[in-house]
Design a protein around this ligand. Structure first.
Ligand code: NDP
Length: 256
């Protein structure tokens, strides 16, 4: 890519859950724009494959095995990224899970697991990268919400709570760290074809067709739909954009 407001040459991004699904779609966009990438996930073999794929764009990519709910693993992830890639400019808090049960059937351990993977992890990772971003003179934090940041769902009480929370956490970071030239924004994906939603389609009768009928674009999203928004929110093109939550949903959230 030529030098433009969207150029990410010389920048370093950490993408949690970057070894598959939406995280990999964003990592591919960032690599194509010139950023070096640390791919983070628990499954080292899957992350190794993703990192090798990203290196085909001519950038450096490392695979970091870390559980983002574990504070010492998160600190280790940041230290290794700085040691091997030299700096941190971009953090994408994308790792996420769902446990599909109504509130009366959800156990406390299940609630805790979803909240810590989807929400507490964003706090741990953002706090851990803040010193490196501040030292570098600024940075970009991208948090992944959901349509359930806006809507409720009978089968997703902890997931919806975590995704509502992540929008408010994003706004707080945007305000707290504006003076450090760090912009924090959220992306709210609609229904996207990934491993996560393959399981949802198995568990929820008629989900596939209901999503098609409810989405003005009349299709499920693809992971490649997240490359452009990730590059925009990681680049100088978005320097005056902070604290927002941007739907990437084929119109799902504005359908009457
Ligand atoms: P996937 O299941 O394909 O990917 C989830 C990723 O998160 C994997 O890379 C997984 O890697 C990683 N992950 C999960 N738990 C942890 C953990 N404790 N520590 C480190 N990494 C972890 O799902 P999607 O791509 O669909 O989801 C990505 C994000 O997008 C999630 O936050 C999800 O809530 C959100 N989203 C998805 C939507 C969709 O329709 N698909 C809609 C709205 C939001 P590993 O297994 O190696 O740890």
């Amino acid at each position: 890519m030529a030098t433009t407001a969207f150029d990410l040459s010389g920048k370093v991004a950490i993408v949690t859950g970057g070894n598959g699904g939406i995280g990999l779609g964003m990592a591919q966009g960032l690599a194509e724009a010139g950023a070096d990438i640390a791919v983070v996930g628990r499954n080292q073999a899957k992350s190794d494959v993703a990192a090798a794929q990203l290196r085909q764009h001519g950038v450096k990519a490392i695979s970091v095995a870390a559980d983002v709910t574990d504070k010492s693993a998160v600190n280790g992830m940041v230290e290794r990224t700085v040691r091997e890639l030299g700096r941190i400019d971009i953090l994408v808090n994308n790792a996420g899970i769902n446990i599909r049960k109504p509130p009366h059937a959800l156990e406390l351990e299940e609630w805790d697991s979803v909240i810590s993977t989807n929400l507490t992890s964003a706090f741990l990772c953002s706090k851990a990268v803040h010193p490196a971003m501040k030292a570098a003179g600024g940075g970009k934090i991208i948090n992944i919400g959901s349509m359930m940041s806006i809507f409720g769902a009978s089968f997703a009480p902890a997931y919806a709570a975590s995704k509502g929370g992540i929008v408010q956490f994003t706004r707080s970071c945007a305000v707290a760290w504006a003076a450090d030239n760090i912009q924090a924004n959220a992306i709210l994906p609609g229904w996207i074809d990934t491993d996560l939603t393959k399981r949802a389609r198995e568990q929820i009768d008629g989900l596939h067709d209901k999503v098609l009928a409810r989405t003005p674009a009349a299709r499920w999203g693809d992971i490649a739909d997240f490359a452009g928004i990730a590059v925009f929110l990681s680049s100088g093109a978005s320097d005056f954009v902070t604290g927002t939550a941007i739907p990437v949903d084929g119109g799902f959230s504005v359908m009457g």
